[in-house]
Design a protein around this ligand. Structure first.
Ligand code: PLP
Length: 500
């Protein structure tokens, strides 16, 4: 039977020969022949520049460059996706690489071999040696590896934040519960300086580990990890960083940060395949690191026919932590994601995401100034608008922005809470007849996230650790139109709520 292989892009556009044997069919309505041609050639040569020049004077503004890139994302055009912090959406170059690799495996029985080149490619981006990296399936796996690699005894203390994801804290919580290590939980500061000070203040003579996120999942601020890890080193404290968010969002260098362990993933901001991650253990910490699981790729030799059966040495690289058969095509997808990231431009990406999050903050503040309050009265003191930008944690009548406003602390995510005017309304309480402390009516922030979803705007409600905020994530594929949709939906909600 003759097989038909082609990639369908947009309205009736088909590409086959250049794409290789691809049965993939995607509908990216905004994909043009410019994108298709570029994509075809890029598959063969990832050094190929993008066919549209970015505006270098204002890299963050919308225009042909970002339109071109947006067209490479087959996201349903009806959806406004502002939740990249949970999971990145894969662009066509990554989908195509996945498809090619899975086909190769099926057609040529090509067992994926682990030769270290993947780690080398990542090392180039994050600034370490390939031998200091292992592949994982997600961030949680890396955090667990770091947590279990550190020998600790009862009473030893670990500094950690209130803003952890379950994947960032559960391994430590479990060790606290089962082994009696003590977690010292700090609140994040509203500036980088304040956060650094809080970390320092939490130290005692028993502090052995710092387990902190580089960028927390809750409100997305960038922690001053370089300063924190430098201080930790001076104080003989081991640093284990949860790096779920930075890769693909901001440029960083692991050696410059100077941490001992770092766990990240490809499936968030790098826009790689779901279920791909990495674990860094520095050359210096590796010999002191405990390992619990070993198999192929962990040890150099083994022989069950000697008496007694024998095993050689652990391989002298962090790859010892990833063992056995691995999903090669998924990592081929992650390779494509790394190449695409480099093609788009790490610096441009960082500037753009920071700019989009600033626009978001500005828009939220502006709405705070519009509030008329429940009785049609201006809630601002003596009718004066609040001076919001001068405050670190921005508090207005309608919303409180939890993400620090200073540039060095702002990444691609903004966390804010909405004050509800309907919190005690009969309507809501009737919808939640068991209105007890356990089953409270939803907060206004939660109701807004539900309302937004009904309008095809995807946000994240952060209920964890009693934070209860809305988190908006904007990546470089988002644009001003997406922000406008977000604000239209927010205005609709605030109107319904009675704020204006
Ligand atoms: C800060 C942080 N740490 C850890 C995780 C867990 O990541 P994964 O699902 O890749 O294990 C997440 C996921 O959102 C996160 O945001």
């Amino acid at each position: 039977m003759e097989r038909k292989h082609f990639l369908t892009l947009g309205a009736g556009l088909t590409v086959g020969s250049l794409m290789g044997k691809s049965p993939l069919s995607v509908s990216a309505t905004s994909t043009s022949s410019l994108q298709t041609d570029w994509l075809n050639q890029w598959q063969e040569n990832s050094n190929l520049p993008l066919p549209v020049e970015p505006n270098r004077d204002a890299p963050e503004t919308d225009g042909p460059y970002w339109d071109f890139i947006r067209g490479l994302f087959p996201l349903n055009p009806k959806t406004t996706f502002l939740n990249n912090g949970t999971m990145g959406i894969t662009p066509l170059p990554v989908l195509e690489a996945l498809n090619k690799s899975f086909r190769n495996l099926a057609e040529n029985a090509a067992y994926p071999m682990h030769d270290g080149s993947f780690e080398e490619q990542l090392a180039q981006i994050i600034g370490c040696k390939g031998s200091e990296l292992a592949i994982t399936k997600n961030v949680s796996e890396g955090v667990n590896l770091a947590c279990r690699a550190i020998p600790l005894k009862k009473g030893d203390e670990v500094i950690i934040t209130r803003h952890e994801h379950v994947g960032g804290c559960a391994p430590w919580l479990y060790r606290a519960k089962t082994e009696g290590i003590v977690l010292k939980v700090i609140e994040l500061g509203s500036t980088a300086e304040e956060t650094l000070q809080r970390v320092k203040d939490a130290k005692t003579s028993k502090t052995k580990v710092l387990a902190l996120p580089h960028i927390p999942c809750t409100i997305g601020q960038i922690l001053p990890v370089k300063e924190i890890c430098g201080w930790a080193r001076e104080n003989q404290i081991i640093s284990a960083i949860d790096g779920a968010h930075p890769l693909g969002m901001i440029a960083f260098n692991i050696k410059d940060i100077g941490c001992d362990y770092y766990s990240g993933c490809f499936h968030k901001w790098l826009l790689g395949p779901i279920g791909t991650g990495f674990f860094y253990a520095s050359e210096a910490i590796l010999p002191k690191s405990v390992i619990h699981h070993v198999a192929a790729y962990s040890v150099d030799t083994f022989n069950m026919s000697t008496v007694p059966p024998s095993v050689g040495e652990l391989v002298p690289k962090t790859a010892r932590y990833s063992y056995g058969t691995f999903p090669g095509p998924m990592y081929d997808g992650a390779r494509a994601a790394m190449k695409f990231y480099v093609s788009v431009g790490p610096e441009l990406i960082e500037k753009r995401v920071k700019h989009l999050s600033k626009l978001l903050m500005d828009g939220l503040m502006e709405r705070n100034n519009r509030a008329k309050g429940p009785n049609g009265k201006d809630p601002n003191v003596e009718g004066k608008p609040p001076v919001l930008w001068k405050m670190h944690h921005s508090q207005g009548p309608i919303m409180q922005i939890l993400t620090p406003l200073e540039d060095i602390s702002r990444g691609a995510q903004v966390g804010f809470t909405i004050k509800g005017l309907k919190e005690n309304s009969a309507e809501l309480n009737n919808a939640n007849p068991n209105n007890t402390a356990i089953s409270k009516p939803p907060t206004a922030s939660q109701r807004f996230c539900d309302y937004a979803r009904k309008n095809s705007v995807i946000l994240r409600y952060v209920a964890e650790n009693d934070i209860h905020c809305v988190r908006v994530s904007t990546h470089y594929y988002n644009n001003l139109k997406d922000l406008q949709v977000f604000f239209d939906v927010l205005d609709g909600f605030l109107k319904e709520e009675g704020w204006y």
